[in-house]
Ligand binder design. Structure first.
Ligand SMILES: *Cc1c(COP(=O)(O)O)cnc(C)c1O
Length: 357
C-alpha cells in the first residue's frame, strides 16, 4: 500500500523501529529527559516566544482543540471562528458545546479569507480568534500574518490549529503573534496517532492559570506543573512520545523545521505539476503544502478513492460531509517520494484509460 492520506501517514524507519520495541516504564529520570527534549524542540520548531511551554496530550488533536477552548476561553470572551470546512466547523461545535459567545466567518469551501472580509469584524468587541491554519478538508492555507495583524489591532487572543500545517507550511508563533499552536503526532510528525501537542505562549499560560476548568483530564494546569519535571499527570502514550523524540531529533539533525517544510513543499509541487493533464480541478484558492484536494470532473470522488484502494493498493484520502462525492485529497506528508507520486499518477492514467475518471 502507498499511503497518501492526511494521517496516519507513512513513518520513517527511525520511527517504525521504536514501534517494534517494548514500551518502557516512564516515571524515571531517563523518560523525563526525553520529554524535556521534546518540549525544547517543539518550542524551537514552532517559533515560540520566550517563556512559552509545550504540553504533550495523550489524545487526538480534537482533544487539544477542546482543551484549549476549555482552558483558555470563558464566558467573558467574544470568539470569532474562521469556518471554511469541517475543521472550522469543529471549532464552532466546541464553542457551542462549551456555551461560549461566538460568531463564525463562514467561507465557501476552497476560498481564501481576504483582508476585506476579515476586517468586517474589526472593532466589534471580539476577544479571541480560532483558526485552522491549513483547513485540511479543503487544503486552504490562511494568511497567519494577516490574522495576527488583525488580532493584535483588536487585542484578541489568537489560537492556531496547525495540526496539518506544522512542519508543512512556514509558521512562527513569535512572528505572527499566535498565542497557541496545536498539532498532532500523525500528520507531518509522521508518528502513530495518539499524541497531540499544544504550545502556549505566556499570554496563553496566564489564561490557563486564571481559568477554573471543570475537568480532570483536560485541566492543563496539572499538565503544565508536571511538565516542569518532564512528566505527565497520567500515563501518556509512552511509545509514541519516544517515536516523536526520534523524529524531532532527526528533523533537527537535517536542518530543523525549514528543511522539513521544504521537503513537503517539493513533494506537493512535484505532484501538482504531474497531475496537470488529468481531468481534475484543484479546489484550493490558497493551497497549503500538506494536501492537494482534487475535484474529479467526470467521476465520483469517493469512487476514485475506493478504486485506488481496492485495485491499485493506493490510499488517497476521501472527504467527509457534503464534500464526500466531489473532493478527494492527496497528502504530501510523511515518508513519501517523487517515485510514489509517479505510481499514483500512473494508476490514475490507467483509470483514465479504463474510462473510470
Ligand atoms: C487532523 C486535523 C485535526 C485533528 O484531528 P484528530 O482526528 O482529532 O486527530 C484538527 N485540525 C486539523 C486542521 C486537522 O487536519
Amino acid at each position: 500500500m502507498i499511503n497518501f492520506t492526511v494521517g496516519p501517514v507513512q513513518s520513517p524507519e527511525e520511527v517504525r523501529k521504536i514501534g517494534a520495541e517494548n514500551v518502557p516504564y516512564f516515571r524515571t529520570e531517563e523518560f523525563s529527559e526525553v520529554m524535556k527534549e521534546n518540549e525544547r524542540l517543539m518550542l524551537e520548531f514552532s517559533g515560540a516566544p520566550e517563556k512559552s511551554r509545550a504540553i504533550f496530550m495523550t489524545c487526538s488533536s480534537t482533544g487539544s482543540m477542546e482543551a484549549i477552548v476549555m482552558n483558555c476561553l470563558n464566558k467573558n470572551d467574544k470568539v470569532l471562528v474562521v469556518n471554511g470546512g469541517s475543521f472550522g466547523e469543529r471549532f464552532v461545535q466546541l464553542c457551542e458545546i462549551h456555551s461560549l459567545n461566538y460568531e463564525e466567518i463562514k467561507l465557501n469551501h476552497g476560498t481564501a479569507l481576504t483582508r476585506n472580509r476579515l476586517f468586517e469584524y474589526d472593532n466589534k468587541g471580539f476577544t479571541a480568534l480560532l483558526v485552522n491554519v491549513d483547513e485540511t478538508s479543503t487544503g486552504v492555507l490562511y494568511d497567519v500574518n494577516l490574522l495576527g495583524e488583525f488580532c493584535k489591532k483588536n487585542n484578541m487572543f489568537f489560537v492556531c490549529d496547525c495540526v496539518s500545517s506544522f512542519l508543512a507550511d512556514p509558521f512562527s508563533m513569535e512572528k505572527c503573534g499566535a498565542n497557541v499552536m496545536i498539532t498532532g503526532s500523525q500528520k507531518v510528525m509522521a508518528c502513530p496517532p495518539g499524541v497531540s501537542i499544544i504550545v502556549l505562549d505566556p499570554t496563553a499560560l496566564k489564561r490557563v492559570e486564571e481559568n477554573n476548568v471543570m475537568s480532570m483530564y483536560f485541566n492543563l494546569k496539572s499538565a503544565l506543573k508536571d511538565g516542569e519535571r518532564g512528566q505527565t499527570p497520567f500515563t501518556p502514550a509512552v511509545g509514541i512520545l519516544l517515536q516523536i523524540n526520534a523524529r524531532l531529533k532527526s528533523i533537527k539533525a537535517s536542518g530543523g523545521a525549514k528543511s522539513e517544510i521544504d521537503k513537503v513543499a517539493q513533494q506537493a509541487e512535484d505532484f501538482r505539476r504531474k497531475i496537470k493533464e488529468l481531468p481534475f480541478e484543484l479546489v484550493s484558492e490558497s493551497p497549503a503544502n500538506g494536501v492537494t484536494p482534487i475535484h474529479p470532473l467526470n467521476a465520483n470522488a469517493y469512487e476514485v478513492f475506493l478504486c485506488l484502494k481496492n485495485e491499485y493498493n493506493i490510499w488517497v484520502c476521501p472527504n467527509g460531509g457534503d464534500m464526500r462525492n466531489t473532493i478527494f485529497r492527496v497528502g504530501h506528508m510523511g515518508d513519501l517520494s517523487f517515485k510514489d507520486n509517479d505510481a499514483l499518477i500512473e494508476a490514475l492514467r490507467d483509470m483514465q484509460k479504463r474510462g473510470l475518471i
